[in-house]
Design a protein around this ligand. Structure first.
Ligand code: SF4
Length: 461
């Protein structure tokens, strides 16, 4: 049972209880959080931005890898420390809740209710239950309801993520996602289009399509080529400036999608394809489809059909069985492939996955050294590729004042995704009333390049 804090001030009678939600993890989880907030609001709760102002707090957790689990637990503990004040109840939901419900209940009793991935309705029901337990009545429901497209946005209003599917049918040996999120199921194109239209009406200018395995879209319904059709269909939405597609399993990238990317102006020429590794033996151990030669073929196809595409990947080092030679193969591939953007994770053994405890373990310090080596190689590649941009004029989407330099605006080319890739600093546009608004597309002459970022000046179009 939850320990009851003493001397807590009674909640005001009759006012709508405020709920604060802390969203962790990836953009897919952010979409879930936005749906939860919409549902809570529809049920008569007020939404508080600051957890200290919440009568109830919801933590939407991530349970993907060790670092994410640690961050989720630290956040739950941090939020539970607010329970002596205004906060009257704490709900934990999301991937970590799904994976470790019993452990969390036993080890963090401050969390009043631990849910898995039951959806916004269950989170709202949990909040109602906790609020009623405090002896207060719920205000009458406002009746907003909750369709999958009903969201209360968090993050910049001009950028939105749209989940086109849930779950994953692959069996990557290191990954716990299929066990957490279940089988892959696509959302109907009509429903996705309606959601995109509604987001654009509310001010979104760039929409990023996400899912665990985006190239699989439609295949669970027996339809190949559905992703290309969907992207083409969404590119027709009026008012949308950019459409970006994330998480493309390399061997599933078909020419139809690449042709849509090459031909539709609004579709960003940006290929986000996590390869995870490039050594044949490690790929096999990882349960990944294809070999190094297949990855090379995919890269060649992309560069042939969409020559201007920026290509992003992620790799995983330190997987069981990754010996020195296998790592060298990966490092060599990275140097040859010259990805525009690259992220490296070190392996984290996840209970219940096929890789867990399978085969020779790479010591953590060795895995970290391998991560650093790949990052060093990538820094040189990124700097060289960005140098080639200097002197070119490119469309840039303005995101607003830069996080690093508040006196500068920052934006992105279509080859840079928000939050994961570099940015373009606009050196002659100061934040203020005459600055282009977030979401504006402006022509920018690139004047400088750095390791991951560019700088430039807005030119007259
Ligand atoms: S494709 Fe592989 S890594 Fe990605 S979610 Fe599915 S099982 Fe996990």
């Amino acid at each position: 049972m939850t320990p009851r804090a003493k001397n807590r001030p009674p909640a005001e009678a009759g006012r709508a209880p405020a709920v604060s939600l802390v969203s962790l993890g990836c953009p897919k989880n952010q979409v879930d959080s936005e749906r939860i907030l919409a549902r809570l609001s529809g049920e008569g709760f007020r939404v508080a931005g600051d957890p200290a102002s919440g009568d109830l707090i919801v933590v939407n957790t991530c349970g993907f890898i060790e670092a994410a689990k640690r961050e989720s637990i630290e956040t739950i503990l941090e939020m539970s420390s607010l329970k002596g004040g205004r906060c009257r109840g704490l709900v934990v939901t999301g991937c970590l809740g799904e994976r470790y419900k019993d452990e969390l209940k036993a080890e963090i009793p401050e969390a009043d209710i631990v849910l898995g991935l039951g959806g916004p309705e269950r989170v709202a029901a949990a909040c109602r239950e906790l609020w009623i337990k405090t002896g207060k009545k719920m205000p009458s429901r406002l009746g907003l309801g909750s369709s999958p497209s009903t969201r209360m946005r968090i993050g910049p209003p001009h950028l939105a993520y749209v989940k086109i599917a849930e779950g994953c049918d692959r069996a990557c040996a290191f990954c716990a996602i299929p066990a957490i999120r279940g089988r892959f199921h696509s959302r109907p194109p009509k429903e996705i289009e309606a959601e995109v239209r509604s987001l654009v009406r509310e001010g979104a200018r760039e929409v990023s399509l996400v899912s665990q395995d985006t190239v699989f879209y439609g295949r669970d319904r027996g339809r190949k080529g559905s992703l290309a059709d969907l992207v083409r269909r969404l590119a027709g939405v009026r008012g949308l400036a950019w459409l970006r597609v994330h998480y493309l399993y390399p061997t599933g990238i078909d020419d139809a999608l690449l042709r849509v990317m090459a031909g539709e102006e609004k579709v960003c020429r940006y290929v986000d394809m996590p390869i995870q590794h490039a050594d044949d033996a490690v790929l096999k151990r990882m349960g990944r489809a294809g070999k190094r030669a297949d990855l090379e073929k995919v890269l060649n196809r992309i560069r042939k059909i969409v020559p201007e595409a920026a290509i992003r990947t992620t790799v995983l080092v330190g997987h069981p069985g990754e010996n020195e030679k296998a790592f060298e193969n990966l490092a060599d591939f990275v140097r040859q492939a010259r990805f525009d953007h690259l992220g490296v994770f070190t392996y984290s053994g996840e209970e219940g996955t096929a890789s867990f405890g399978a085969g020779p373990v790479v010591p953590p310090e060795e895995a970290e050294a391998r991560r650093a080596e790949i990052m060093r190689a990538q820094e040189g590649i990124s700097a060289a590729l960005l140098r080639e941009m200097v002197g070119r004029t490119v469309p840039v989407m303005v995101d607003g004042p830069s996080e690093e330099h508040q006196d500068l605006l920052s934006g992105r080319t279509e080859g840079q995704a928000y939050d994961v890739d570099g940015v373009v600093y606009l050196t002659d546009a100061l934040p203020g009333t005459r600055a282009p608004a977030p979401g504006s597309l402006v022509p920018v002459l690139v004047t400088e390049s750095h390791t991951h970022d560019l700088a430039g000046k807005i030119v007259q179009g």
